[in-house]
Design a protein around this ligand. Structure first.
Ligand code: AP5
Ligand code: ZN
Length: 217
């Protein structure tokens, strides 16, 4: 399956993507994780992205679209993928459509995670991620690591993301409403949008998402 996951910052996209990708045997492709990996490796791309991310703005399309397409061209994504954080504006959605058409394939669904803003703020405020791999995500109350400050998966140090400060979160939410939400209407006209509530326990949300995706097929 080819799925796009959409939802506000802190909705639980990364958390759900890890389980959904495993259940569906498709790779989880997160542009946020790709940028963070580039930043920690000190690449040119990481240097270009960092200032935008720290300010809560979108990284320019010229950088983002090429990076996402390169990742989607890898062999493990040949038969499907779960995109998390891409596309994030209408021009990225259009670029994705062009790339999919060139390969003669289509999206199966756009899974829209709905969460009220006060819950998003609580989820982001308590989030801790792993220095070694930013897809290893925890929460100080909702999803505690076994050892304080240590990643259960790889033993890496847990820390709070630079862009999880209160001001930057406010900016990211504004960017979500103005630039990303319009892609939901864009995909609605293609009949692809499946909306679910992302409230409740992580496994309950995964179950809801799997059922919604099955119903969609
Ligand atoms: P990105 O990394 O994509 O961030 P985001 O979209 O803001 O999403 P988050 O990672 O904040 O949240 P999430 O929904 O994945 O939630 P999570 O699962 O962690 O992007 C970061 C930046 O990169 C952007 O601002 C931009 O600058 C740049 N960028 C990325 N893609 C781009 C693109 N395409 N174009 C341009 N720029 C781009 O969960 C949050 C917390 O809640 C965790 O602590 C988790 O443990 C907890 N939690 C999850 N589910 C539950 C639950 N059910 N109950 C209780 N707690 C839960
Ligand atoms: Zn880790």
């Amino acid at each position: 399956m080819r799925i796009v996951l959409v939802g506000p910052p802190g909705a639980g996209k990364g958390t759900q993507a890890a389980f959904l990708a495993k259940n569906l045997s498709i790779p989880h492709i997160s542009t946020g994780d790709l940028f963070r990996a580039n930043i920690s490796q000190g690449t040119e791309l990481g240097k270009q992205a960092k200032a935008y991310m720290d300010a809560g703005n979108l990284v320019p399309d010229e950088v983002t679209i090429g990076m996402a397409k390169d990742r989607m061209a890898k062999p493990d994504a040949e038969n499907g993928f779960l995109l998390d954080g891409f596309p994030r504006n209408v021009s990225q959605a259009e670029a994705l459509d062009v790339a999919l058409k060139a390969d003669d394939v289509k999206l199966d669904a756009v899974l829209d995670l709905e969460v009220p803003e006060d819950e998003v703020v609580k989820r982001i405020a308590g989030r801790r991620i792993c220095r070694k791999d930013s897809s290893h995500v925890f929460h100080v109350t909702y999803s505690q690591p076994k050892r304080d400050g240590v990643c259960d998966v790889c033993g890496g140090e847990l820390y709070q993301r630079e862009d999880d400060s209160e001001d930057t979160v406010r900016k990211r939410l504004e960017v979500y409403h103005t630039q990303t939400e319009p892609i939901i209407d864009y995909y609605r006209t293609q009949g692809l949008v499946v909306t679910i509530s992302a409230l409740g326990k992580v496994d309950e949300v995964t179950k809801r998402a799997m059922e919604a995706l099955k119903g969609d097929k």
